[in-house]
Design a protein around this ligand. Structure first.
Ligand code: ADP
Ligand code: MG
Length: 433
C-alpha cells in the first residue's frame, strides 16, 4: 500500500551546532510514516525534537541523513500541499484576518478575486465569518488560532502539520477548536488527507489520533507507538478512552532503559537536562500525593485532574521527584518513597536538608558545582563557567534553563549560594556537608 503513504521518513538524523562548534544530535534514526486517512499524534518531552521533525517534514529545514519523502518524492524545500499551524499563531499583526489568510495563496500565485473567495469560504467554515476585517490584536487567543488554521486550510493542504496548535489556549477553548477540527476532518469537509499533531497533552492525543508516537529525548528517536481504533467523536469519560490515556501516561513516564542503571533511581549525567520545574511545584505535587485521597499512591491522570495542572507542568515535576528519590514513577502511577513521606512530614529546615542531600547524591551537575566551589580558596566561581560546561551538551537557551534549575535547587538545598547581581556561585556561610 505504498501509494497510500503521504510522508515517509527513514533513518532521519539531524544535528545542530552547539556553542563550542561541536555537533549535537537532536534526532537519530527516525523512521516514520503518515498514511492517507490518518491523524497521528506525536508526544515527547520538551526538547525531544518534535518541532525539528515537523520542520523537516514541511521542507523548512533539511535532514542531515536519511530519506524524507512526500508521496514518494524526496523533499528538498517547502512543499505545496503541506501546511503548518504553529502554537504561537504566527500572524502578521499589521494585516487583517482576511489578509493573513490570503497570504499563503498569494505565495502560490492565486489571482486576487479567487484568493478572496477562498478565504471567505474558509473563514466561514472555521467560524470567523464577519471577522475578515479585524486585526489580530482584536481577537482572543482561540480566535487567533482559528485564523492560523484558516491560513493553513485555505491552501487546501494535502497534509496538515500542527505544532502544539492548541497548547497556548485555555482548556475549554482548546477543546472546542479541537472538536471543530475533528468535525471538519471526519465530515470530509476539508480535502486534507493526513494530519500530524504535536502535543503535550495526552488526553488531546488520545481523543484525536488514530495512532500515537512517543519520541524519546537526547537524541530524539521513536520509542513507542500505539494504534487507536476507537471511532470519533470519542467520549473522554469512556472506559476505553481512560484506559488508553492511562497506557500512554505509563509509556511517557517509563524511563528509557539506557537511563537506568541497575535499580538506581536515576543515572543522570553531568549534561542531563534537568526538568524545568520549581520547588513550589515539586512540594505542591508531593503534598497532594501524600494527602487523601491518594495517601502516597496515585494514578497519574487522577493526580493531574486533582492538581489542575497541565501535563507539561506535571511531567517535569514527576521527573524531578523521581530524580531526587522522593517519589517513584512507573507505568502511569506515582508512589511516594519512604524518604518522600519523611520529607512531607519534616519541618522546613529538615526539608531543605533532605533536598540538599538528595541533590548532591543524584544530580551530578549540583555535585560538580559544589566540588568546584570547594576547590576554590575563596569558595566562589562565576556561573559562566558552568554555563559553558552545559553548552557542550545542549544549545545556549537550554543550557541557561538547566543552570537556572540547578541554581534554584542548590540554593534551596543550601548546597551553594548565588548572587543574582554578580552571577557568582558561592559556598554557603556555614557549610559542612
Ligand atoms: P521540541 O519541539 O520537542 O520541544 P525542538 O525540535 O524544538 O524540540 O528542539 C530539539 C532540540 O534542538 C532542542 O534542544 C533545541 O534547543 C534544539 N534546536 C532546535 N532548533 C535549533 C537550531 N536551529 N539551532 C540549534 N539548536 C536547535
Ligand atoms: Mg516544539
Amino acid at each position: 500500500m505504498a501509494q497510500n503513504l503521504l510522508i515517509e521518513l527513514q533513518g532521519v538524523a539531524k544535528s545542530f551546532q552547539a556553542a563550542d562548534g561541536t555537533a549535537r544530535s537532536v534526532l537519530e534514526a527516525v523512521d516514520f510514516t503518515l498514511a492517507e486517512g490518518e491523524i497521528v499524534a506525536l508526544l515527547g518531552k520538551s526538547g525531544s525534537g518534535k518541532s525539528t521533525l515537523l520542520r523537516i517534514m514541511a521542507g523548512l529545514i533539511p535532514a542531515d541523513h536519511g530519506k524524507v519523502a512526500y508521496r514518494q518524492r524526496p523533499i528538498h524545500g517547502p512543499v505545496v500541499g503541506i501546511a503548518m499551524v504553529f502554537q504561537s499563531f504566527a500572524l502578521f499583526p499589521w494585516l487583517t484576518v482576511q489578509q493573513n489568510v490570503e497570504l499563503g495563496l498569494e505565495a502560490q500565485g492565486v489571482p486576487a478575486d479567487e484568493r478572496e473567495k477562498r478565504a471567505d469560504a474558509v473563514l466561514e467554515m472555521i467560524g470567523l465569518a464577519g471577522f475578515g476585517g479585524a486585526l489580530p490584536r482584536e481577537l482572543s487567543g482561540g480566535m487567533k488560532q482559528r485564523v492560523g488554521i484558516a491560513r493553513a486550510l485555505v491552501t487546501n493542504p494535502d497534509i496538515l502539520l500542527m505544532d502544539e496548535a492548541f497548547s497556548a489556549l485555555d482548556v475549554l477553548t482548546g477543546e472546542t477548536l479541537r472538536n471543530d477540527m475533528l468535525e471538519l476532518w471526519d465530515g470530509d469537509k476539508i480535502p486534507t488527507k493526513g494530519i500530524l499533531i504535536v502535543s503535550h497533552n495526552i488526553e488531546e492525543a488520545v481523543m484525536m489520533a488514530d495512532r500515537i508516537i512517543i519520541l524519546a529525548s537526547d537524541p530524539g528517536r521513536i520509542r513507542d507507538e500505539i494504534q487507536i481504533d476507537l471511532p470519533r467523536p470519542r467520549n473522554a469519560d469512556a472506559l476505553e478512552v481512560r484506559a488508553l490515556i492511562d497506557e500512554v501516561y505509563g509509556l511517557m513516564t517509563q524511563r528509557p532503559v539506557q537511563e537506568t542503571i541497575a535499580g538506581a533511581p536515576t543515572a543522570a549525567h553531568l549534561g542531563y537536562r534537568l526538568p524545568h520545574t520549581d520547588i513550589g511545584r515539586i512540594e505542591g505535587v508531593l503534598d497532594l500525593l501524600a494527602d487523601a485521597p491518594f495517601d502516597g499512591h496515585a494514578d497519574l491522570p487522577k493526580l493531574a485532574e486533582e492538581s489542575e495542572l497541565a501535563d507539561e507542568e506535571l511531567f517535569p515535576t514527576y521527573e524531578a521527584l523521581g530524580l531526587l528519590g522522593l517519589a517513584h514513577v512507573d507505568k502511569g502511577d506515582i508512589t511516594l518513597t519512604s524518604l518522600g513521606q519523611h520529607y512531607v512530614d519534616a519541618d522546613q529546615a529538615r526539608k531543605q536538608e533532605i533536598f540538599g542531600q538528595q541533590l548532591l547524591t543524584h544530580v551530578p551537575l549540583a555535585a560538580h558545582i559544589r566540588r568546584n566551589l570547594e576547590a576554590e580558596s575563596n569558595g566562589t566561581l562565576p556561573e559562566k563557567r558552568f554555563l559553558e560546561l552545559l553548552e557542550e551538551f545542549m544549545d545556549a537557551v537550554e543550557a541557561k534553563h538547566v543552570l537556572e534549575v540547578v541554581i534554584e535547587w542548590g540554593r534551596y538545598g543550601e548546597v551553594y549560594d548565588y548572587d543574582y547581581h554578580t552571577g557568582r556561585l558561592t559556598l554557603p556561610e556555614d557549610s559542612e556537608i
